[in-house]
Design a protein around this ligand. Structure first.
Ligand code: ATP
Ligand code: MG
Length: 230
């Protein structure tokens, strides 16, 4: 079992291929200190999602290892690893049920008050109370009645409530109006604070705020540094 984690992550010389002789990662080494955020950028197919896949142990590397707080993640249970990693995907997972249930998804024991606090912290509360039944509004699977921006905020509330040490965020590419964009930026700051985070970043504003930026190309790291350095 992986003990409660600090969130120091090291990828050591990772080589990985989904199919024989077609390496998706060709020797990736990087380190993220506890509480820091790293933005992964690069063209389509450069290996961003693959890094995330290995971190969550959806696959194991062919060479090299992923270390969290000094533990090779192959030596701990998948359950103890994944329970400490929060994932916010581009295409937010929304199931049919109430808004409240959707936020509570990763923390079934959370009280109504905790749900609302989380929603407030990420600026989701305002749109929720304007829905026909507020937090008790039933949403359809995939959240079709919600805008892209609202779905993002909902997924942020869910992630905040779950309070993982490591957060993975695959930023949505969809265009969002300026007002929502600002809310999302602020919400992201709240969500990332104090957590080790990997962001597959599409927005310049997000990239600018990351502690470290890793530029990938065809499975290799081309550059790293913060926004001022690159
Ligand atoms: P995008 O910006 O399009 O999401 P990405 O940087 O996340 O791209 P990856 O998904 O990590 O890229 O893909 C890296 C390489 O691995 C690509 O060549 C891709 O075709 C290949 N690949 C990704 N997933 C699989 C899979 N499940 N099976 C086989 N090959 C895959
Ligand atoms: Mg991807």
């Amino acid at each position: 079992t992986l003990p409660p984690i600090q969130g120091n992550i090291r990828l050591e010389n990772i080589v990985f291929e989904y199919e024989p002789n077609r390496p998706a990662l060709k020797g990736i080494s990087l380190e993220v200190q506890s509480g820091q955020s790293i933005a992964l950028v690069g063209h389509t197919g450069s290996g961003k999602s693959t890094i995330i896949n290995l971190l969550c142990r959806f696959y194991d590397p062919v060479e090299g290892r992923v270390m969290i707080d000094g533990h090779d993640i192959r030596d701990v249970t998948v359950q103890s690893l994944r329970s400490q990693i929060g994932i916010v995907l581009q295409d937010t997972f929304i199931f049919s049920g109430t808004i409240r249930d959707n936020i509570r998804f990763g923390r079934l024991d959370a009280t109504d008050e905790e749900v609302e606090l989380a929603a407030k912290a990420v600026h989701a509360h305002d749109f929720i109370i304007n829905l026909p039944n507020g937090y008790d509004t039933e949403v359809q699977e995939r959240g079709s009645m919600l805008s892209m921006g609202q779905r993002q905020l909902l997924s942020f509330a869910r992630a905040l409530l779950a309070d993982p040490r490591i957060l993975i965020l695959d930023e949505a590419t969809a265009s969002i109006d300026t007002e929502t964009e600002l809310k999302i930026q602020e919400a992201m700051k709240t969500l990332l604070a104090g957590r080790t985070s990997f962001i597959i970043a599409h927005r310049l504003s997000t990239i600018r705020h990351a502690d470290n930026i890793v530029v990938l190309d065809h499975g290799r790291i081309m550059e790293t540094g913060n926004h001022d350095e690159l």
